[in-house]
Design a protein around this ligand. Structure first.
Ligand SMILES: NC(=O)c1ccc[n+]([C@@H]2O[C@H](COP(=O)([O-])OP(=O)(O)OC[C@H]3O[C@@H](n4cnc5c(N)ncnc54)[C@H](OP(=O)(O)O)[C@@H]3O)[C@@H](O)[C@H]2O)c1
Length: 430
């Protein structure tokens, strides 16, 4: 039987769920893993806040940093669930690792920015800094890459890594509502806040997670600047409906792969064919696909957020620490991580969907086709839909494969034509 003393900083959605799970399942955990988990201290901002467990059953520590020494008792593991890129969580994690205390965290923002430094401190002190909860909540993608398929060479990793944006895109479609209306509903229902929504909607939260996946999958330095990031702010209900008729759904896709000895990591909206599983990931779910030299497609889908789902990943990290004698946090020695150059994704070829709103007048379609032909952009499909709005009609185009940079040259010229009335929607196709 092994005894682990843990302390928890942050008792919000995830922290409270972790306390509740350990409290309710202590006997089950003992039976299954020979492990007794003792919570020796808790800390959050406000002791009197109502929580889903009785705070008075535990030792309350006012300042989270004091969790690392409670009456001369040092915890085996600090669970950091406060959040924020820097500030109290960063100081706490850094201090804990320096004092040879293992850390389990769900904080992707902190790790994407300061992971390289923090993983090094963990390695130097021979402790773990584990973060299964930081990527895709309850989906065990970190351990899958680090442990289960660690002898595979990963070719590409891609997925839907942010539940809020997926909820918004799905709800826009099912309820035929605008982006602004659904975002407003999502905030009212507590799915996201003003602060969080900037990270979610702008694609940054997904890119934080992709940064960590790239490190584990390819041995790339932890470097957020390697990402190209675009959010879902410009996606309209009009585009969602049009692309559905064309056999696609719009999803915020994060993907990373090596090309010409460089890394290409991007998070951006893409059209996914309806017959692909990723197109049918609904609501706040997440999904990840891994292609390796040995596995054509390893597909994982599940709850990417939520207290209980994320707490499940925290428990799995606690178990890993209880079992592990080597304590590698990322599956690589930090000095073996490689500094890759960023591949400019505008040099990648892709098919594209374009939506151009034009004045309803004769000759428009042929002028646009001429412009595209002149730029050597071949068109797979072109449609003029009857969806008239104040004498404007939309023209929908699916191109054949072309480099983004070449397409943008031509689209900029088309935008300047006097009969084009709105910004042109451009979305790459998977
Ligand atoms: N929620 C999810 O589904 C999810 C999924 C994956 C990963 N994560 C990550 O897990 C972490 C926690 O997320 P969460 O949703 O549980 O956050 P949350 O509900 O906002 O909880 C944050 C907790 O931190 C405490 N806190 C804030 N500032 C503090 C300070 N200066 N000193 C001490 N405590 C402080 C808060 O105290 P009070 O309660 O007293 O206000 C609260 O208990 C974040 O890094 C998040 O990105 C969350």
């Amino acid at each position: 039987m092994k005894n682990l003393n843990i302390c928890i900083a942050g008792l919000g959605n995830v922290g409270s769920a972790v306390v509740g799970l350990i409290d309710k399942n202590s006997q089950y955990i003992k039976n299954k893993s020979n492990l007794t988990i003792n919570i020796i201290g808790l800390s959050a901002k406000n002791r009197d806040k109502e929580r889903n467990f009785n705070v008075r059953d535990y030792k309350w520590i006012e300042n989270p940093i004091d969790l690392l020494n409670i009456n001369d008792l040092k915890p085996d593991i600090l669970i950091e669930l406060i959040g924020y890129e820097k500030g109290v969580s960063y100081e706490l994690v850094k201090t804990a690792l320096s004092q040879k205390i293992h850390v389990v965290t769900g904080n992707k923002a902190m790790l994407a920015m300061y992971g390289q430094e923090l993983f090094r401190i963990a390695e130097q002190n021979q402790v773990s800094l584990l973060f299964e909860a930081a990527v895709a909540g309850g989906i065990p993608i970190i351990k899958t890459l680090k442990n289960n398929i660690f002898l595979n060479k990963v070719k590409k990793i891609s997925g839907i890594l942010n539940g809020t944006t997926n909820y918004i895109l799905t709800t826009m479609e099912t309820q035929n509502k605008s982006f602004e209306d659904v975002l407003h509903d999502a905030k009212k229902r507590g799915f996201t806040s003003d602060n969080e929504s900037k990270l979610d909607i702008g694609g940054y939260d997904a890119a934080h997670k992709l940064t960590l996946l790239s490190t584990i999958a390819f041995g790339v330095n932890v470097d957020f600047n390697l990402n190209k990031v675009e959010g879902i702010e410009k996606i309209t209900i009009e585009d969602i409906n049009f692309v559905k008729h064309l056999g696609f759904r719009i999803k915020l896709i994060s993907e990373s792969f090596l090309i010409n000895d460089m890394i290409c990591s991007s998070t951006k909206p893409k059209l996914i064919p309806l017959d692909k599983p990723m197109a049918n990931v609904d609501g706040a779910l997440n999904a990840i696909n891994v292609e390796t030299d040995q596995l054509e497609n390893l597909y994982l889908e599940g709850e990417g957020a939520g207290g209980l789902a994320t707490a499940s990943s925290i428990l799995s990290d606690i178990f890993e620490i209880s079992n592990n004698s080597k304590f590698t946090s990322i599956g690589y020695n930090i000095n073996d991580l490689k500094k890759y150059q960023k591949f400019d994704s505008s040099n990648l070829e892709s098919k594209f969907y374009l939506r151009i709103r034009v004045k309803d007048q004769p000759g428009v379609l042929s002028k646009i086709t001429t412009y595209l032909n002149d730029s050597n952009i071949s068109v797979e499909k072109i449609l003029q839909t009857p969806d008239k709005k104040e004498n404007n009609i939309p023209i929908l185009i699916i191109t054949h494969k072309i480099k983004t940079s070449e397409l943008l040259n031509s689209v900029n010229k088309i935008s300047d034509l006097e009969f084009v009335n709105e910004n042109i929607s451009i979305i790459p196709i998977e």
